[in-house]
Ligand binder design. Structure first.
Ligand code: ADP
Length: 606
C-alpha cells in the first residue's frame, strides 16, 4: 500500500485546506515526527524565500511561484500594466483605471487632476490589503498620505444590485508559467457593500468598499438588503443567473474577464523563473461598471480561504479540492524518501532544483560554456546535494549555448535537448514530469524589457497583497522565519515515513497529460477541465504553440483579438451555446480547443 501524502501548512492555516486534504487521506506534517523534507505540499499565505525554491525536492510542491509579486503588489501591477499598454496599445490594456504611484509620480497626478472634469480618486497603500488605509476623495485638499500609495481613478458608476455596489472575486490557478497555463474556476464570489451606494458620503466604507473583512462588521450585514439578501456574498453562479434574468449577455462579460486575466498574467510570465513544482491560486478582483465593462482592481496573492458564510462554504471547499486535483498527485508522490534514496544509489533522477539550472546557465554563459565555479559555491548546496546534482549533470549532453543564442536573439530561453528529454523518459517515468527544464524566458521585444526597479524582487515580507486573515505582525514577518535553513540529510530515513495509509488519488489525467508537467513532450495541451477549473490559456492551437519554447506575446495577443471578435459575432448564437448540456470533449491535438466557450457555457448552464 502506498504511503500517505503529507501537507505542511505555515502557521496552522488555512483550515479549509487542512480539512480538504485530511478528507482525502493526506497527513499533516509534524516537524517533530518527520524528516525535514518529508512532505509533498507546503502551503503558505505569505511568500516563500528564494532558498526554499532551491531546496525543493522532486516530490515537493509549493503553493506560490517565485516572484509573482509583480502583479500582486499594487504598485508593481500598475507598472507592469503600464509597460504592456505602451507595448501593445491602450485599446487592449484598457481594463485598469488610470493610476499614479506616489510619491514618485505626484506631478503627473497633479497634471491629470488639473485636466478635469472633476473625478473621484481612490488612494490605497501599495502593500496593504483588506481595505486597510483606503480612502476616496474628490478634492485634492482632502488628500494626504504618509506612505507609498497608489492613487487610482475611482470607478464612480459601478453596476449596482438593488442599489448596492459589488465586485467579483475570480479564482485563477496558474498551473505553470513556462509554458503559461491558466485555469479559471467557474465558481467564484460576488462581494457586496452593505450600505447603498452614495457618492455624497465618500467616507462611508460600507457603501464604497466591497471587502468582506470590512462589511461583515457593518451595521447592516445581517439585514435583508433587497435582492442582495442578508450578508454580503453571492456565488458567481447566482450572479450569472441574475444577469440572465435581466437579459444581460454574460458570455461577453465572461470573455472580457478571461481576457483581463490572460493579459495580466502575460505581463509577468516572462519574468517568473521556472519552477515546475509550484502552482498558484490568485484572486482577481473585478469591478463591473454600469456599462458592463469589467475593470481589474487588483490581484490577490493569497485569496482569503476563510469560511464566513454559506457562499464561502459552497465555493471555497470545492475550489481547494479542485486545486488539489489540478496538481494531480499520484501514488508516486508518496514515495518520498524511498525515491530519494534510490536516486542516491542510481543518480539519474534529476532532483535538480530547476532554478539552479538557470543559475548554472548564467554562469556557463559568462565563462563561455564551462562553469569555473564549484557547484556548491554557485548554487549554495551542501557537498552531498552537490555530488548528487553533479552526477546527474554529468549525464546530460552538453547544451550548445552559442547556437541557442545565435538563433534566438536576446532571449535566454532554452529547453532540454531531445536526447536529454529522452534520457529522462527512459529513466523514471513517474517523476519525469517535473524535470523538464526551460530556463527563464525573456521576451525579445525591447519595449517589454522591465526597468530595473520593476524587476526588483521585493522581500518576502513585502508581498502583502493577501486578503486572508493573518495578523499584521505575521504579515510583516512573512516568509522570513519559518522554513528551516538546514540542508536535508538525504541518507537518513525520516522517522515519519509511513507506508500504511492509502490516499484517494484522482485519476483524471492520462499518460503524458499530467498537469505538473510541461507541454513539451508531444506538444499536448493540458487538460481542458479539472473539476470546476477550466483551462482558459492556452485556448487554441496557435496559443499553445505561442506559449511553448518562447512566449510569443504578439501572437497570443492577435489570437485574443480574434477570439474577442468571434465571441462578438457569435453573440446571436448564444442561446444555442447556453443550452450545452454535455461537457464538450477535450479536442486535444485537434485544430481548435476553445476552452473559453467551455468556461462560458459551463458556468451559464449551472
Ligand atoms: P485591498 O487590497 O485593500 O482590498 P482593493 O484594490 O481591492 O484593495 O480595494 C478595496 C475595495 O475598494 C474594492 O473591493 C472595491 O470595492 C473598492 N475599489 C478599489 N479600487 C476601486 C476603484 N478604482 N473604483 C471603485 N472602487 C474601487
Amino acid at each position: 500500500m502506498a504511503a500517505s501524502l503529507v501537507f505542511r501548512l505555515h502557521d496552522r492555516g488555512p483550515d479549509v485546506v487542512r480539512e480538504v486534504l485530511l478528507e482525502r487521506g493526506w497527513e499533516e506534517y509534524d516537524e517533530e515526527e518527520r524528516g525535514k523534507e518529508d512532505w509533498n505540499l507546503y502551503w503558505r499565505a505569505s511568500a516563500f524565500r528564494t532558498s526554499d525554491y532551491f531546496k525543493l525536492l522532486p516530490w515537493q510542491r509549493l503553493n506560490h511561484h517565485p516572484q509573482t509579486v509583480g502583479i500582486t503588489r499594487k504598485d508593481c501591477l500598475a507598472r507592469h500594466l503600464r509597460r504592456m499598454r505602451a507595448a501593445f496599445g491602450p485599446s487592449l490594456y484598457d481594463f485598469s483605471p488610470t493610476v499614479f504611484i506616489l510619491p514618485n509620480e505626484y506631478l503627473h497626478f497633479l497634471t491629470e487632476y488639473n485636466k478635469g472634469p472633476p473625478v473621484y480618486w481612490i488612494c490605497k497603500p501599495v502593500d496593504l490589503s483588506r481595505g486597510r488605509g483606503i480612502f476616496i476623495f474628490e478634492d485634492i485638499k482632502d488628500f494626504s498620505y504618509s506612505c507609498s500609495v497608489i492613487v487610482q481613478k475611482y470607478i464612480s458608476d459601478p453596476l449596482l444590485i438593488s442599489g448596492y455596489k459589488f465586485d467579483l472575486r475570480i479564482y485563477v490557478c496558474v498551473k505553470s508559467f513556462h509554458p503559461l497555463t491558466i485555469y479559471i474556476h467557474q465558481e467564484g464570489l460576488v462581494r457586496f457593500a452593505t450600505e447603498k451606494y452614495n457618492l455624497s458620503s465618500l467616507e462611508n466604507m460600507y457603501s464604497h468598499l466591497t471587502n468582506t473583512s470590512i462589511n461583515k462588521f457593518g451595521p447592516f450585514y445581517m439585514t435583508e438588503k433587497g435582492r442582495v439578501g442578508q450578508g454580503c456574498k453571492w456565488t458567481i453562479c447566482k450572479f450569472r443567473h441574475f444577469l440572465r434574468s435581466q437579459d444581460v449577455d454574460d458570455l461577453v462579460l465572461w470573455q472580457r474577464i478571461n481576457n483581463i486575466v490572460t493579459l495580466t498574467l502575460l505581463s509577468i510570465a516572462p519574468f517568473v523563473p521556472l519552477c515546475p513544482n509550484c502552482v498558484e491560486l490568485f484572486g482577481f478582483d473585478i469591478l463591473i461598471d454600469a456599462k458592463l465593462k469589467p475593470w481589474l482592481l487588483e490581484v490577490n496573492y493569497s485569496p482569503a480561504l476563510t469560511l464566513d458564510c454559506q457562499a464561502d462554504i459552497t465555493v471555497k471547499k470545492r475550489l481547494v479540492g479542485d486545486l488539489i486535483d489540478l496538481m494531480n498527485y499520484t501514488s508516486i508522490d508518496s514515495l518520498r524518501e524511498k525515491a530519494y534514496q534510490q536516486q542516491t544509489r542510481q543518480p539519474c533522477l534529476p532532483a535538480v532544483p530547476v532554478i539552479s539550472k538557470f543559475k548554472e546557465h548564467k554562469v556557463q554563459k559568462k565563462t563561455g560554456g564551462q562553469s569555473s565555479q564549484p557547484l556548491h559555491q554557485a548554487e549554495k548546496m551542501n557537498p552531498r546535494q552537490c555530488a548528487f546534482v553533479s552526477n546527474y549533470r554529468r549525464q546530460l549532453p552538453p547544451v550548445n549555448l552559442n547556437k541557442i543564442h545565435a538563433g534566438r536573439g536576446r532571449q535566454t530561453h532554452t529547453s532540454l535537448s531531445k536526447t536529454h528529454r529522452d534520457m529522462n523518459v527512459n529513466r523514471r517515468p513517474g517523476l519525469l514530469w517535473r524535470t523538464d527544464e526551460l530556463l527563464v524566458n525573456r521576451l525579445s521585444c525591447p519595449a517589454l524589457a522591465p526597468r530595473l526597479m520593476e524587476n526588483r524582487s521585493p522581500r518576502a515580507s513585502e508581498v502583502t497583497n493577501r486578503d486572508d486573515t493573518e495578523t499584521e505582525a505575521e504579515l510583516e514577518l512573512s516568509g522570513e522565519t519559518e522554513v528551516s535553513s538546514k540542508i536535508p540529510d538525504i541518507q537518513k530515513s525520516g522517522p515519519g515515513f509511513r507506508r500504511s495509509v492509502s490516499c484517494k488519488l484522482p485519476n483524471i489525467y492520462s499518460g503524458s497529460q499530467r498537469p505538473g508537467g510541461t507541454h513539451l513532450e508531444g506538444q499536448h495541451p493540458p487538460p481542458l477541465r479539472v473539476g470546476g477549473f477550466i483551462r482558459t490559456f492556452p485556448f487554441n492551437t496557435a496559443t499553445l504553440k505561442a506559449s511553448q519554447q518562447k512566449l510569443d506575446v504578439k501572437t497570443i495577443i492577435q489570437e485574443l483579438h480574434k477570439l474577442t471578435g468571434r465571441v462578438a459575432s457569435n453573440q446571436s448564437d448564444r442561446t444555442q451555446r447556453r443550452t450545452v448540456e454535455e461537457e464538450p470533449k477535450d479536442t486535444e491535438g485537434e485544430g481548435e480547443f476553445d476552452s473559453l466557450f467551455l468556461l462560458c457555457s459551463v458556468s451559464a448552464s449551472n
